[in-house]
Design a binder for this molecule. Structure first.
Ligand code: HAM
Length: 423
């Protein structure tokens, strides 16, 4: 039988996991610096969490893994925001947490997309949500958090694209303007755009098929439909980014692929040659109506999510030096008839914080030395029959080439001495 991973999914193998751990640790450290707390929500949710009335996004309408169990419909989460807001409301975090609540999450998401480099059907996202306050400074700070993670991983070829969708009033006005604009050309656009025309004409601007069509290129700019408050809010976000020295480009065609955004939307894209067509590292924005939708009080939130596979691809191509965690403090070479002694010594070393491996396979001393070398052992402990009899070991430090025979009670002290010598 030859069974493979489903298309668009992949295994993260032991030789790659160390990079994931280091990336995750770095992310958690940055979240801690900004005082964000982790939240873990289920991987599947009631379909209604994601499929909201009149949603016109591709993600919701075409890409969700939805299944029925009895009379219930569930969906594997395609993104983190909706589940986090559901939890924020369900658990009344707006009452128990200091506002704004600052939450982050990391984990698997699922979208039935056409797989390619940097685009999978199961992928990992890290995201943050700042819920319960509305202030342009927070929008800028949220972007700054994501930006600093990208930079900390050595990813320098990046560009921040930013736009505003304005408040509800401005967006409504803009939708009417777009309907008028596309009135004559809508029949020339794809079938999806015809649906978008009815549901949410803003989505037409995001069409992957017709993005080069004249009517899309010449679409009126949202800026002209913005009311005074929306313009002012956006200007203040940009001023705050200036204050933080974060370079950005205002892109008035940026509408984002999800339906819940109001005011600020942004994407951070890679300009590195290896990023291919999947160049968006992270995207996000503000949402004024989501908490309310889930039955919570009227409060605004803002957040983003980073695709971790993309982040790793770029960190690698830009030459970020991950630490090599393939090493051992101690490799125990055990010769014949040494019984449980090597296991006892390994346990002693481990209990004292030394990363230790010992040989359990019957093989020559030479091949054990080779194994120790492949595992980058810093010290080698050799145990033969005599050592067992005398309750002692031979211990060798690889770097200094010092070798001594010592009693078992002295092992830890000797390892400490060797480690000090290596610093
Ligand atoms: P999104 O733009 O749909 O936003 O996804 C965010 C990031 O997830 C993308 O920029 C990309 O790096 C990664 N991503 C998305 N789809 C895939 C895929 N199929 N394979 C690999 N990576 C992918 C959201 O998900 C929003 N929830 C962000 C947000 C949070 N907005 C407000 N708060």
């Amino acid at each position: 039988m030859n069974i493979q991973t489903p298309r668009g999914t992949y295994d993260i193998l032991p030789n790659e996991i160390s990079k994931w751990h280091q990336m995750e640790t770095l992310i958690r450290t940055v979240c801690d610096l900004y005082d964000y707390k982790e939240i873990r929500t289920p991987i599947f949710e009631d379909t209604k969490v994601f499929k909201r009335e009149n949603d016109s996004s591709d993600m919701v309408n075409k890409e969700m893994y939805t299944f029925n169990m009895g009379n219930d419909s569930f969906t594997l989460r395609p993104e983190g925001t909706a589940g986090v807001i559901r939890s924020f409301v369900q658990n009344k975090l707006y009452g128990s947490m200091e506002l704004p609540a600052k939450l982050y999450y990391m984990g698997e998401m699922f979208r039935h997309e056409r797989p390619q480099k940097g685009r999978q059907r199961q992928f990992n996202q890290f995201g943050i949500e700042n819920i319960g306050a509305k202030n342009p400074i927070i929008d800028a700070e949220v972007i700054a958090l994501g930006y600093s993670i990208v930079k900390s991983l050595g990813i320098d070829s990046v560009k921040v694209l930013i736009n505003t969708l304005g408040d509800d009033e401005s967006r409504k006005k803009y939708k009417d303007v777009l309907k008028e604009h596309f009135k004559d050309s809508i029949n020339d656009l794809c079938a999806d755009c015809k649906k978008r025309y009815e549901l949410n004409p803003l989505r037409i601007l995001d069409c992957k098929i017709d993005h080069n069509h004249e009517s899309i290129k010449n679409a009126p700019s949202l800026e002209d439909s913005l009311n005074h408050e929306s313009k002012k809010y956006f200007e203040e976000v940009l001023n705050a980014l200036d204050a933080l020295d974060i370079p950005y480009e205002v892109d008035d065609k940026l509408v984002r692929g999800l339906d819940y955004y109001t005011h600020t939307v942004f994407e951070v894209i890679s300009t590195h040659k290896d990023s291919g067509s999947q160049s968006t590292i992270f995207g996000g924005g503000r949402y004024d109506n989501l908490v309310d939708y889930f039955g919570g009080p009227t409060m605004s939130g803002v957040g983003f999510a980073i695709g971790l596979e993309r982040l790793l691809i770029l960190a690698n191509s830009e030459g970020y030096e991950f630490e090599d965690e393939n090493y051992l403090d101690v490799y125990i070479i055990a010769l014949e008839n040494t019984g449980y002694f090597p296991l006892e010594i390994a346990t002693l070393c481990r209990a004292n914080g030394f990363k230790t491996e010992f040989n359990v396979v019957e093989r020559s001393m030479k091949s054990q030395f080779k194994s120790a070398d492949r595992k980058n052992a810093k010290n080698i402990i050799i145990i033969g029959e005599d050592e067992v009899k005398n309750n002692e070991v031979t211990i060798k430090n690889i770097k200094s080439k010092t070798q001594v025979k010592i009693s078992v009670t002295e092992i830890i002290n000797q390892l400490d001495v060797f480690s000090e010598g290596e610093e």
